[in-house]
Design a protein around this ligand. Sequence first.
Ligand SMILES: [Zn+2]
Ligand SMILES: [Zn+2]
Length: 142
Amino acid sequence: MTAARNGLCLCGAGRLTAAPEHGAHACHCGNCRKWSGGKFLAAQSGTSVVFNQDAPLARYGSSDWAERVFCARCGRSLVWQMKDGSGQIVSIQAFDSPGDFGIESQIYVDRKPDSYALANRTEMLTEAEVIARYAIAGPEGA
Ligand SMILES: [Zn+2]
Ligand SMILES: [Zn+2]
């Protein structure tokens, strides 16, 4: 966990603060690709996310245990979080300096379309490896 950073959506109304880890991951799962419009580049942020009280946010439950928080005005994907409040993962694109985050791992690599690939050298985890490591279950992980 690092110092708190401010994050915001495309239109600027969906604001938050979070204390994300420096390292980020790229998720290639189908849900993340549908939701973010690409691979989801995000950083573990513990339970540090605080949404601005006036932010026009909406939530979509993408699995029994997780939901995705986005701006209802501009549609910008912001935070993946556990419904029980045990963990939050923030899009690094919400922050002013997404380049501060090293992409350390790629997850659901077996769900990635063959039409693109990251040149970054990272840890590569399949869906089965993600489920084993994080003890989550179900198709498309989240
Ligand atoms: Zn917005
Ligand atoms: Zn994903």
